[in-house]
Structures are given as structure tokens and as C-alpha cells.
Design a protein around this ligand. Structure first.
Ligand SMILES: [Zn+2]
Length: 450
């Protein structure tokens, strides 16, 4: 019988165990048959494909629990206009080339039918989540809603769960809760419309914080800070302080309270359905997130290293959430590359060092998210987390936290589906090959086209 043998590799099995060195991973059909100390190639016979993996590290395909723009349908839980299909496929390609074989799309208004079409069009396993509860739908409609069709509105969370959604999420996403989406998308667009001037996400964020504070409250308005932020953004004389207050408030506040209400509502529905609720965890939502953590729903606190937190606040909040049994997720965001909103890895590293991280995802960061393996590469080199533990955070831990997301995936053990990543141990983000369900879909760092 024809097997594929990854020959002579090192293995991080996803379960957090010490690396195994010099093994052969024998893949038969869609599954891992056995993992054995490396044998001479000749013992396998000519019918089998031998992949020379010497000097390479093999990991389980990564399971990314927080992605946007990875399925056909409204973008973000604000129901924004859908991306073009080519862009969705390009986003999936990027995840795949970064070693991710399963993504949870947390845009939240994608229908099962559109999800199935996406999944069929691309080798990455695309999994459904829903944010379509009454309050979240209302928040989306108020905040944006430009991409919400009749079908996506009618596809409620309850229907999504019946159709296989494995979690409710993202609940209270930045685009409805004055988070990153407001700063990199809605506020710059409106400023440009009114003044013709383009501002960066960071400049827009500074204006937002000056008007509404980190926790988003009308009472935080600080006219001096607004003046300063306007000057820094090159908007002095183009936009007045009162106009800025009106502009930012008008974008952020109408959906805000509704979205906050949506958190408890979605948690209740998730508990009833027996699936996890994945929430936008940021300075503006932390009180509601902590309240949910006290209930008995399975809670995933998304991107707990969000840039709206003060570092100490983020750590204490994450520790508290963990004590209450929540899963603490961190996202790579744009920490290492674009740094349009995230200034650097300090908070991410502090959270690894404190031992509070359960899972690692990417989030979207306006399309500028960094690869999970880049974050693991840098964090392990910085000595803030061990490699086996970090790999588990992107594989088995995710599979365990969201039971439906990747059954038989996330661990390289006999009998598991063969989703495997072969990469350079010295530069983990330099992915060489990727296999999904026993099929090689990336070779030499490139998509294999059938
Ligand atoms: Zn979010």
C-alpha cells in the first residue's frame, strides 16, 4: 500500500511533550499510521513516497481560532461588505503557507451554505462560528451592516449551531465595540471623506482614545488630548475639536451599548447550545467578559493581549479569567510586522512569561496579522515560553478548547488525521511543506496545484 513517509524529522506532537528527534512519520490515506525511530529508506519499498525531512521540525497543522475574511460572506461581526472571493482565497492561502490547516471564521454572519462553498474551494478546513443573536445583529446593523443579506440575517445563531457552528463568536467584536476596527477602518474612512486627508490607524486610535477613552465612555472626552491628536495627525485647522468629538462618537457609540448587551446574550445562547462563546476581550469589554467568566459557559477570551489594555491590567484580567476557568487566547495581531496598532511584543511576552496563555490565534489586524509560527519563533527565542508548550497553544489546546473545531486533529499521534507542517526549526515561520488529511498541499513553501 502507498504511504507517505516524512523521513528523519524532529517532532513536536502538539501535546506539549518534549520534542522527539530523528523519527519517521508514516502517513497512510488520510491518517498518521505510525511514528517510529528513523529507519533506512530501503525498508519502506518503492511504492511509498519518501519525503526527506532530515533537519526539519514537524508539527500538527495549526488550528487558528480567531480569523476574519476566511469565508464567503459578510466581513466582521459588524456585517461589513463581503470581501471578493479571490481575496478570501488569498487570505486562506496565506494562512496555509503560514502552517495553518484549520481556521475558525469568526466573522459571525456567514451562512452554512457559503461556508461550505468556501471550504470546498480551498484545502484549509474552514469552520463556522456565529454571532447572529438578536443584540449582535442589531449592533451590526447600527455599526455597519453593509454586507448583511437576507440570508445572512435569517441565519441565526440557533440555526448556525444546528448546521454545525462549533462556537458563538466573535461576540462584541472591535468593529461594533469601538476597538481596532473603528481605528483602522471606520474612523479613517470618515475623516478622509470629510477632509480628504488620510490618517493612519494609530492616529485614528489616538483620536478615538482622546474622545472616548480606552474603555469607551462619553464622559472620558478630553478636549486637550483631542487637540493634540488632531495636530499629530495633520488635521489641525481641518477638523475642529467638537467636530472630532461628534465624528468619533457617531461612529463608535450607537452600536456600543447594544454590542455590550450582546455579550451576555450570546453567552446564554452558547451555554444552552453546549458550545463555547468566543468574545472580544479588550479594555472596553473586560467587565462584561469577567461577568461571563463567572457563569458556567465555556468562554474563550479572544486576543487578551489587545492593545487597548494597559499591560498590568491585561495580565491581572487574564489571571482572573483563568482562575474562573476561561480559556485565555492571545492573538499575533500586527505585533512583529506592520505594527499599525500593536507597538511591539512586550505584552504578548509578559503573558507567556506569566503562564496565562492557553491558545494563540492571529485575528485580522486589518489584513496585517503576523503568522502564528513567527510569534512562536520569536517568543521561544526570547525565552518566554518553551517550544512544545507554544506549539500546543496553536494545536491541541485549541482542539480541546473548542471540541467541534478539529476532531482527530491537533496532535501527531497514530490514528490522527494527517494535518502536518514541516518547517525550519531555526526559523519556524519558514514553512516548507504542509499536509492536510494526508495530502501534500504545500511543497517547498508553495501551494501545490492539482
Ligand atoms: Zn476582537
Amino acid at each position: 500500500m502507498n504511504a507517505i513517509v516524512l523521513h528523519g524529522c524532529d517532532l513536536a506532537d502538539g501535546q506539549g511533550k518534549a520534542l522527539r528527534h530523528g523519527v519517521d512519520i508514516v502517513v497512510d490515506g488520510d491518517a498518521v499510521r505510525e511514528i517510529v525511530p528513523s529507519r533506512a529508506v530501503a525498508t519502506y519499498g518503492p511504492a511509498n513516497e519518501i519525503v526527506d525531512a532530515s533537519g526539519m521540525l514537524v508539527l500538527p497543522g495549526l488550528i487558528n481560532n480567531h480569523t476574519h475574511g476566511t469565508a464567503y460572506g459578510p466581513l466582521f461581526p459588524s456585517g461589513h461588505e463581503a470581501l471578493r472571493r479571490e481575496q478570501v482565497l488569498a487570505n486562506l492561502d496565506r494562512h496555509l503557507l503560514e502552517g495553518t490547516t484549520t481556521v475558525l471564521c469568526v466573522d459571525g454572519f456567514v451562512t452554512a451554505e457559503a461556508l461550505a462553498r468556501t471550504d470546498e474551494a480551498h484545502p484549509v478546513n474552514v469552520i463556522l462560528a456565529s454571532c447572529n443573536t438578536p443584540a449582535c445583529l442589531e449592533a451590526a446593523t447600527v455599526a455597519d451592516g453593509s454586507g448583511l443579506t437576507e440570508a445572512s440575517r435569517a441565519f441565526t445563531a440557533r440555526r448556525a449551531v444546528d448546521a454545525g457552528a462549533v462556537a458563538l463568536g466573535e461576540i462584541g467584536a472591535g468593529h461594533t465595540l469601538g476597538g481596532g476596527g473603528a481605528s483602522y477602518m471606520y474612523i479613517p474612512a470618515e475623516i478622509e471623506r470629510r477632509t480628504g486627508i488620510g490618517v493612519t490607524p494609530r492616529q485614528a486610535d489616538a483620536l478615538k482614545v482622546a474622545v472616548l477613552g480606552r474603555r469607551i465612555s462619553a464622559s472620558s472626552f478630553d478636549p486637550d488630548a483631542v487637540e493634540e491628536a488632531l495636530a499629530a495627525a495633520g488635521l489641525a485647522g481641518k477638523l475642529s475639536v467638537p467636530d472630532t468629538r461628534e465624528l468619533v462618537s457617531h461612529i463608535v457609540l450607537p452600536a456600543f451599548d447594544i454590542a455590550l448587551r450582546g455579550l451576555a446574550e450570546a453567552a446564554g445562547q452558547a451555554r444552552q447550545a453546549g458550545i463555547p462563546v468566543l468574545v472580544h476581550n479588550a479594555a472596553a469589554s473586560m467587565t462584561q467578559v469577567a461577568a461571563i467568566a463567572k457563569t458556567d459557559v465555556a468562554l474563550i477570551a479572544g486576543h487578551s493581549n489587545h492593545s487597548s489594555f494597559e499591560p498590568r491590567e491585561a495580565l491581572e484580567h487574564a489571571e482572573r479569567l483563568k482562575e474562573l476557568g476561561a480559556i485565555v487566547d492571545v492573538s499575533t495581531l500586527d505585533t512583529f510586522g506592520a505594527q499599525r496598532l500593536t507597538r511591539g511584543p512586550e505584552l504578548l511576552y509578559a503573558m507567556f512569561s506569566a503562564g496565562v496563555v492557553d491558545t494563540i490565534s492571529t485575528d485580522y489586524a486589518g489584513g496585517h496579522h503576523d503568522p502564528i509560527l513567527l510569534a512562536i519563533d520569536r517568543a521561544t527565542k526570547a525565552g518566554v515560553v518553551g517550544l512544545p508548550a507554544a506549539v500546543a497553544m496553536a494545536t491541541a489546546n485549541v482542539a480541546d478548547a473548542i471540541p467541534g473545531i478539529a476532531p482527530r486533529r491537533g496532535r501527531v499521534v497514530p490514528g490522527a488525521l494527517a494535518d502536518l507542517v514541516m518547517t525550519d526549526p531555526a526559523a519556524l515561520h519558514q514553512v516548507g511543506a504542509v499536509m492536510i488529511s494526508g495530502k501534500i498541499v504545500v511543497r517547498d513553501g508553495r501551494r501545490v496545484t492539482a
